[in-house]
Design a protein around this ligand. Structure first.
Ligand code: GLC
Ligand code: CA
Length: 582
């Protein structure tokens, strides 16, 4: 089943974070015409599909993931006419375009919410999730339950006008819609069709697994004693009617089209829960973004770093590669996006010496795994996290800001109690330097002119100072660059179906530094050997195959006489090799 061919399985999707991609008019903010200007760059890279993070009209409380008009473009990005022009440019080049569908919540400035909050008997009251207050023993007004918002304190905001609270699992300006109301669902199907009719080729669906909340909205169990608000994802992720709603979406919208669909599915560690969205027999989505790899270097709290082990990394990748393939489960292969710091800083080595080799090694990992390939803007250049020396004011993300403010207030309280203690935030900044979403959101590095060629004005976010050496212009056409390597690597993927469809076998044999595997499809087998460390290593191939029949296809080092595969293989620091036996 997993071997059933489809265009969207073979596609390379490139995620654009529009605000930081390319500014065409000098206001410091990337825009649709800026994307248009770079279409040939993307085509030459080997991209098939563009996914745009949200560009709809929005107050930008969470960088456009708070939409106030689903049928219009935010003026900072351009106009609907610019979008029409962009989609034409995309289609003319044989590429496709996906939009970000953010419909668990809207902006509090959306007309629907303005109406909803206007009175208890407004016809749209029930489009959002309103509940009366609770009162504690002392008679103080309290939120309806103890749920914690993902980015701030209580998940409820009090609205004086009608003396009720509304639910927002993200910030206050992102009220959750009530998907149990069929009119809400119809409104979503309508807006999806609005974009499909205009030419959109698919959707990335923001936090789509949290649209159905547990009936009655009970308190979350106390897992963090002493805290007023508790993590509640067990009560809102993969809720009771989520599959009913996505099946309805499929039936009413998706099934009539040949689209690419990917759901973002956080807060879920049970594979079978995710399979339900993806297995073709369920008729829901093409694939989902699971979070296991992305959560690997956090102790459960996003902005804190933990060291990870290669054995853990291999286990996660391998398990998903093999997961329910005979039933048609399909993976989304990604290692970067706008919600995570840079892959070369997390899973590679961003020191001067190892940055390029490890970025290329990670590219080899990506192009040799089974699933639809996603590349995040700047990943193809080996862009890394910005320096630890940047202060808190450079972190623009509401998640970073809220977390910071919360830590400041905790420490301030503590100081008031134990008096005199200095407030030391350096450990918080240590965490941010490794983990903050901001690292992926700095301007794209196009060339070595001012502001990395991103804008002629003042960029909305500071440009990483390494841009003089690390940018698209200096890498383009330069034989040893990370960009040239990505171009080659994507060509290799496209000319070897085994890399898209093949069955995965981990042959690492518990090596401390090496991740090695084979992929097999029809009569072809690919062999991938990746060194995840700086040291030179020797790796012994087992007796699974006649390795002498494998020819060298791609590597991130010049290899003198790489054919056929030697056994044992000696690998330089962060060296990767790909062999294929035809
Ligand atoms: C998703 C988005 C993220 C956003 C959140 C709330 O996780 O990827 O950027 O903050 O949803 O919409
Ligand atoms: Ca602009």
């Amino acid at each position: 089943m997993a071997n059933t061919r489809a265009w969207w399985k073979e596609a390379v999707v490139y995620q654009i974070y529009p605000v930081s991609f390319f500014d065409s008019n000098g206001d410091g903010i990337g825009d649709l015409n800026g994307i248009y200007a770079k279409l040939d760059y993307l085509k030459d890279l080997g991209v098939d599909v563009l996914w745009l993070s949200p560009i709809y009209r929005s107050p930008q409380a969470d960088m456009g993931y708070d939409i106030s008009d689903y049928r219009d473009i935010d003026p900072q990005y351009g106009t609907l006419a610019d979008w029409d022009n962009l989609i034409k440019g995309v289609h003319d080049r044989g590429m496709k375009l996906m939009m970000d569908l953010v419909v668990n919540h809207s902006s509090d400035e959306h007309e629907w919410f303005l109406q909803s909050r206007s009175s208890k008997d407004n016809p749209k009251r029930d489009w959002y999730i309103w509940r009366p207050p609770k009162y504690d023993a002392a008679g103080n007004r309290q939120p309806p339950n103890n749920w914690r918002s993902v980015f701030q304190g209580s998940a409820w905001d009090y609205d004086e006008k009608t003396n009720e609270y509304y639910l927002h699992l993200y910030v206050s300006k992102q009220p959750d819609m009530n998907w149990d109301n069929p009119d809400v669902r119809q409104a979503v199907w309508d807006l999806m069709n609005f974009w499909i009719d205009r030419g959109c080729d698919g959707f990335r669906m923001d936090v789509i697994n949290i649209i159905s909340k547990v009936d009655g909205l009970p308190d979350a169990p106390i897992t963090e004693p002493g805290q007023p608000y508790q993590p509640a994802s067990t009560l809102f992720a993969n809720g009771p009617r989520v599959h009913e709603y996505i099946k309805e979406m499929n039936k009413k919208v998706l099934s009539a089209q040949d689209l690419i669909t990917v759901g973002e599915t956080p807060f879920t560690h049970e594979a079978s829960e995710l399979a339900a969205y993806v297995l073709p027999s369920n008729k829901e989505l093409n694939m989902v973004f699971h979070f296991e790899l992305m959560d690997l270097d956090s102790p459960g709290v996003p902005l804190i770093h933990r060291d990870w082990k290669l054995s853990e990394f291999r286990e996660i990748v391998g398990r998903w590669q093999k997961y329910r393939r005979s039933e048609g489960f399909w993976n989304a292969i990604f290692i970067e996006n706008h919600d995570h710091s840079r892959a070369v800083s997390r899973f590679g080595n961003d020191s001067e010496e190892w940055r390029a080799p490890s970025a290329k090694m990670l590219a080899m990992l990506e192009i040799s795994l089974g699933g639809t390939q996603y590349v995040y803007q700047g990943q193809e250049l080996g862009l890394k996290n910005f320096p630890r020396s940047w202060g808190i004011k450079e972190y623009k993300d509401v998640a970073s800001q809220n977390y910071w403010n919360r830590q400041v207030s905790i420490l301030t309280e503590r100081r008031a109690r134990s008096d005199g203690q200095d407030i030391d935030m350096s450990d918080v900044l240590d965490g941010f330097a490794k983990k903050a979403r901001d690292h992926a959101r700095v301007p794209m590095q196009w060339d070595s002119t001012d502001q990395a060629g991103f804008t002629t004005g003042t960029p909305w976010m500071r440009v990483n100072e390494d841009y003089k050496d690390w940018n698209a212009a200096t890498q383009l056409g330069f034989q040893d660059s990370v960009l040239t390597f990505w171009q080659q690597a994507l060509r290799v993927r496209k000319s070897n179906d085994v890399l898209v469809y093949g069955d995965f076998v981990d042959i690492s044999a518990d090596h401390a530094r090496v991740f090695a595997y084979t992929r097999s499809f029809e009569n072809t087998t690919a062999l991938v050997i990746l060194n995840f460390g700086e040291e030179v290593v020797s790796f012994s191939l087992g007796s699974q195959q006649d390795w002498s029949r494998f020819s060298f296809v791609l590597g991130n080092y010049q290899v003198a006489s790489p054919e056929p595969a030697q056994n044992p293989i000696r690998l330089e620091g962060y060296e990767g090799r790909l062999y294929v036996r035809a």
